[in-house]
Design a protein around this ligand. Sequence first.
Ligand SMILES: [Fe+2]
Ligand SMILES: [Fe+2]
Length: 155
Amino acid sequence: MTAEREQVVELLKQAYWMEIETVMSYISNSINPDGVRAQEIRESLQEDIQEELGHAQQFGERIKELYGVVPGSLEFSASQSFLQPPEHQTDIVHVIKGVIEAETGAIEHYNKIVEFCDDKDLVTQDMVITILRDEEGHRRLFEGFLREYKAEGLA
Ligand SMILES: [Fe+2]
Ligand SMILES: [Fe+2]
């Protein structure tokens, strides 16, 4: 395995864990929030769970194609402090901001992979660009939700 390919695999493993943690966070945040206005957010996150899970699977497949091994659960360490359950389950702004932060983290990491793969691994690059577009869509949607709360002085 070339050093460059190993580096791509490491970047993909990090992406894989980000997706897995996002799935965990979106499951909890698609269930916990209370209130009439939380419903839209809950439904949106419910849909995203499947999409993020699909991303994790794609990252896993690509790790294998590059002769890496998809890591086991003991290698996982959490980092989404911003998507922990809020003190009050009606605090929907906390959830919206947390989602925006998670999506931004993914966007930054995936841009890094896209750049790294330039002239090195166009197949990984192509796959990550497609996933990157999904994350940009997710972030844009939640930025729209936040905008509504800001307009009403609630965020
Ligand atoms: Fe994702
Ligand atoms: Fe996403």
